[in-house]
Design a protein. Sequence first.
Length: 65
Amino acid sequence: MGHLDDLQEDLSKPERQEPSRIKRRLKALMAIAPTLGTMVAETADFTNNLTDLAEIQSLVRDIEL
């Protein structure tokens, strides 16, 4: 994640701690956050559906990834 790495670098180096730069990085991360949250929720829902299907089909639940 480039934005997160850039923000970390900005915060760790005093010469890069410009409020406008940090604000820009935070805005970019905040714009990405809803997409990531949606992806996590959809993944959890998909996993739950697969688990339900496995139970209905009497399949083994101990599947190693």
